[in-house]
Ligand binder design. Sequence first.
Ligand SMILES: *Cc1c(COP(=O)(O)O)cnc(C)c1O
Length: 357
Amino acid sequence: MNLDDLRGLDRFPAYVYDLPGLQAHAESIRGALGRTELFYAAKANPDPEILRAIAPHVDGIEVSSGGELTHVRETLPGVRLAFGGPGKTDEELTLAAGIDRVHVESPRELDRLHGPADVLLRANLPLQLPGAALTMSGPFGMDEEALNTCAARIADNPHITLRGVHAHLASGLDAPTMLDLAHRIAEWAVPWLESHGVDDPELNLGGGMAVDYTSPETRFDWHAYGAGLNGIPARLRIEPGRSMTAYHGWYVTDVLDVKTTRGETYAILRGGTHHLRTPVTKGHDQPFAVLTADGPRSPATLVGQLCTPKDVFARAVLVPPLRPGDVIAFGMAGAYAWNISHHDFLMHPKPAFHYLR
Ligand SMILES: *Cc1c(COP(=O)(O)O)cnc(C)c1O
């Protein structure tokens, strides 16, 4: 798509999703991965239209709660599912029957899983991760002692089959760093699995492929990653979310007011970060294009309608002269955007949703 596709909108704010662009992107990722399986992490954006667009280009969907599991099963009947997430309730664990892989997070969770189930044990490995945006240590997964406990209990349980290890250790990593990490995970996990009698060891390497909000054109190097994974002696699966859908959503809205207060210029936009929380959670300026105005650029802070100083899309960014009615499209709003936002705060109208086909 190009920005002209966003000009015909008549109600703001609106989310616009580029489904053909998303499909082409997913297809190219799938093509780059070779034998590595690709599951999409629904948590990044579980919009049914997004799930249906992506489904033909992935091997399955990763879900992180009973709610996601039920939603994805209803949206994509028969799809292969991997079920992860800390703190699974008994009720959620009963939904796991017939799931391709269950990712077990603790010995106690394993004891509450009745099976039949094929499981990956989620490992929390002490690997150094320079440059990560977020490291998933803390409550996620298990150390070697708990992993050994689980493997021993599975050996005594005819209803549960140990298939491999799951290791989603960080997010925001580029392809060379992710590859290095994958090799270090495999060096530990493959012999460990073999020592517990797993014949055809599997590794799920998680998601977290880098998305650079300061450079919307930059993409994770899927070809280098896919090629580099080929050397690993295990069945491999990855489950990216953000790096698949982030690029294919826009939040488009119009200017309500422009004012200069104590030397700072603010453009107040319809809507706010209760619709697009991404810049607040990530602490970045959301990339944007001004669709209607042109002229010499000067700094302004783009804010929404919420009664909080945190309602900022982009701070002191260069914009052409703005007037009420001008239209601004925020890009990279296809992942961790609408679905992580606090929609009901202040009770403003919800955005419209459009799907380019
Ligand atoms: C969130 C998450 C993902 C997806 O992460 P992205 O950064 O969106 O690629 C994959 N696996 C697990 C276990 C997760 O928690």
